[in-house]
Design a protein around this ligand. Structure first.
Ligand SMILES: Cc1cc2nc3c(=O)[nH]c(=O)nc-3n(C[C@H](O)[C@H](O)[C@H](O)COP(=O)(O)OP(=O)(O)OC[C@H]3O[C@@H](n4cnc5c(N)ncnc54)[C@H](O)[C@@H]3O)c2cc1C
Length: 392
């Protein structure tokens, strides 16, 4: 069977691509190895800037609107930093992803669930996709959206799935009525090397997780998780079971381009995850929309040139990720010092919420926070920041 576009993987990136492409009138095939709704290990918090890029409402799958967080350092020294405006929305990924797949179907994409892509090939004038059931599909363009350690990224682009943060998550049933957690998250610094722990409340579950730098964690992710889950006050008297490990393919300097011939990578497959927060849902959807619009234009012009998508990534997305990398170095290399600074100055986090909302860029925030910290009358901090970070 022959299509205009095949989309491999139907998480937020793939279903958004399938939706956008089908809506434009192209003949689209979307394939996913799972049947929806399916579980995805994820905190499930989406920043409010998502509203600016979607052309439909996601209200029916939002489980809570988030205004801020209770922060802790190694499960202690709790402080609330809450804004008067929303910062994000909490969703359960099984419901959210299923909702997006249905949108793609409604837009006219042909969707095959339970169909694992086994190999892909770019033949120059078309691409072919072979599935585990032996079926072979052809198209003019392939969108790789098969997630972290995705086959398309590995096979066509030679991406190394080990270039990722390591994480562990659990969904913990709780009583929302008696828990004091409406409208906020719980974020813990210092409990895992170069990362953070989280508890994101949903309607029936607390999504509990912890992620850190793979090398620095050194195979001890379960131990860090147990210590976090066993000590955090929001988990007192709750049973934390069913732990799931997953990788978070954060952007890293030197990651390969996301366009090769007739194949593009969107979302996690292309390591298009913010390296400071590990926020990937927004970027999965945003990159899928951008790639789709390049594909639509390319099809209309009659000659396939997908390079404008890479140019767009380099202009619109990668500078943000590079600034987020700098912020990660500042915060995660010295979480205790960072926590002490924020404890005395909540404005830092309140202004960071504007970055999450997409109202300020990360580089501007980084420069502001760098200068702010440096201007503090504490000599030790000034010496620390000057020794570690280049002036901006
Ligand atoms: C522990 C953890 C917590 C996170 N928390 C957050 C958060 O709170 N907020 C946030 O914004 N981001 C978070 N992220 C990141 C977020 O989960 C991802 O960035 C997001 O899921 C990316 O979407 P995607 O569509 O690119 O990939 P995915 O959601 O992984 O979807 C990929 C799809 O491809 C399918 N697939 C895989 N291989 C094949 C194959 N061979 N053939 C066919 N189909 C295939 C899979 O079944 C899946 O449906 C978190 C990640 C982790 C691991």
């Amino acid at each position: 069977m022959s299509y205009d576009v095949i989309v491999a993987g139907l998480g937020p990136a793939g279903s958004t691509a399938a939706y956008t492409l089908a809506k434009s009138g192209l003949k689209v095939l979307g394939l996913d190895k799972e049947k929806f709704p399916r579980y995805k290990s994820c905190g499930g918090c989406i920043s409010t800037k998502i509203e600016r890029i979607l052309d439909f409402s996601i209200k029916e799958v939002i489980e809570d609107t988030i205004y801020g967080a209770t922060y802790t350092y190694k499960s202690e020294r709790a402080m609330d930093i809450i804004s008067d405006r929303p910062v994000g929305y909490n969703v359960m990924r099984d419901r959210f992803d299923h909702f997006l797949v249905e949108k793609a179907k409604d837009a006219g994409a042909e969707i095959i669930e339970g169909c694992r892509v086994k190999s892909v090939e770019d033949h120059g004038d078309h691409v072919s996709v072979t599935c585990a059931n032996g079926e072979v599909y052809k198209a003019k363009v392939l969108v790789g959206a098969d997630g972290s350690s995705g086959l398309v990224g590995r096979q066509v682009f030679g991406l190394n799935p080990k270039e990722a943060a390591v994480s562990i998550t659990a969904e913990v049933p709780y009583d929302r009525e008696t828990a004091n957690c409406k409208g906020k998250l719980f974020i813990d610094f210092g409990g895992v090397p170069y990362g953070y722990g989280w508890i994101f409340p949903k309607e029936k579950y607390l999504s509990v997780g912890l992620a850190g730098d793979t090398c620095k964690v050194g195979g001890k992710i379960k131990e860090y998780f147990n210590s976090f889950a066993g000590s955090h006050p929001a988990l007192t008297n709750l049973k934390v079971e069913e732990r799931i490990g997953w990788t978070v393919p954060i952007y890293y300097d030197g990651a390969p381009a996301s366009v090769k011939g007739r194949v593009v990578l969107v979302g996690d497959t292309g390591h298009l995850v913010d390296p400071f927060l590990g926020e990937g849902i927004y970027y999965a959807i945003r990159t899928a929309k951008a790639a789709s619009s390049v594909i639509i234009n390319s099809m209309a012009s009659g000659s396939i040139d997908l390079n404008p998508y890479q140019e767009w990534l380099e202009k619109e997305i990668l500078p943000e990720f590079k600034a987020a990398e700098k912020l990660s170095d500042l915060v995660y290399n010295h979480p205790r010092l960072w926590y002490s600074i924020v404890e005395k100055d909540h404005e830092i986090m309140l202004r960071f919420y504007d970055v999450i909302r997409g109202e300020e860029d990360c580089d501007t925030f980084y420069t502001w926070v760098y200068n702010k910290i440096r201007s503090k009358p504490w000599k030790v901090i000034r010496r620390w920041i000057d020794s570690r970070f280049l002036p901006v």
